[in-house]
Write a protein that binds this ligand. Sequence first.
Ligand code: URA
Length: 216
Amino acid sequence: MSAHPNFPNLHVLDHPLIQHKLSKMRSRETTTIKFRLLLKEIALLMGYEITRNLPMTTERVETPLTTMDAPVIDGRKLAVVSILRAGLGMADGLLELVPAARVGHVGLYRDHDTKQPVEYLVKLPSAEGRLFVLVDPMLATGNSAVHAVDVLNRHGVPDENIRFMALVAAPEGVAQFNKSHPNVPVYVASLDEKLDENAYIVPGLGDAGDRIFGTK
Ligand code: URA
């Protein structure tokens, strides 16, 4: 994992397993069930990288042979927050890795006239000392991602306690996100080429929500 030269807070997770699974997801031939499974598997693998820097402490443990100060995660609680609806598909993988995490939801839709995100649901665990991982597979224009971080800020979560995790990003979305929240690290499996005129990521994988839930 390395920071991107053009976007200092972007981390592209180029692990071979992640890249292989993402390539399978991109194919239009991939079925809903397979797509959902691959997304969950990638989210779990990405979660492993994202949690790499969690602070550690030690705990006294008695093994069958002796007593030792064994390394454990330093009491920092985790929250996984999905941006609805496609974020749900990624949250599943993270929750498999950290089953004790609290779960939040931010529901946004795009207003036809203003093209801006509008909240229809916000349900979040308490901010207190928690690290929030915000998930949405597609970082396209960046508008929803920025808005969701604004929602967390309003709820009392500072940027320092937030990580954003997406599957695929467009440069336009990363730039927009960086402008508003330069201190929130963004983790993706791929930085794709561009957005098309309908704000779809190219080459991308299509509409992530429709592919996860089998809708049209
Ligand atoms: N949302 C999607 O689901 N796909 C895109 O390509 C862009 C936004």
